[in-house]
Design a binder for this molecule. Structure first.
Ligand SMILES: [Cu+2]
Length: 153
């Protein structure tokens, strides 16, 4: 049994490492054949998902910089492989530009939708039933204890 748990632990660790590098559900943004456009220029991801900005052997150097500064692939380069994870809480719309070519329309948008789990969590927050039911259980137990207390006289 311990061995099974240990193997499971190793499996989870390696799975965690894999997602830190790149993941099958990464959304790829590259540069199109015109060399002055992102392709696609608009992508949609869910919180927790990553966008990878990837190009190589470009005639011109490019980068991808969020207007609000959330992500930045660094200096413009002909070869880029930059991955950014949109963590829980980043839901929204992010415009990004290629700094050298923003003026000629090399711009894009990442739309981040809330993770399905996060939506459920938000709905559950206002409920306070667990503490109320716990309180009434304690009251009930106290009542039972008092009623069944052996008589001392
Ligand atoms: Cu560019």
């Amino acid at each position: 049994m311990k061995r099974v748990l240990f193997v499971l632990f190793l499996f989870l660790c390696s799975a965690g490492q894999a997602t830190a590098q790149s993941s099958a559900d990464d959304v790829i943004v590259t540069v199109d054949s015109s060399s002055l456009r992102f392709s696609p220029s608009e992508v949609t991801v869910e919180e927790g998902q990553a966008v990878r900005f990837v190009w190589s052997g470009q005639a011109l150097p490019h980068n991808a910089v969020a207007k609000d500064g959330l992500f930045d692939s660094g200096e413009p380069a002909r070869d880029v492989d930059y991955r950014f994870v949109f963590e829980i809480g980043t839901a929204g719309s992010y415009q990004f530009v290629c700094e050298p070519h923003e003026s000629v329309g090399m711009v894009g948008t990442v739309i981040v939708e809330p993770a399905p789990d996060a939506v459920v969590e938000e709905e559950e927050v206002p409920e306070k039933t667990p503490s109320v039911s716990m309180l009434s259980s304690i009251t009930l137990l106290t009542l039972v204890a008092v009623l069944h207390r052996p008589k001392t006289d």
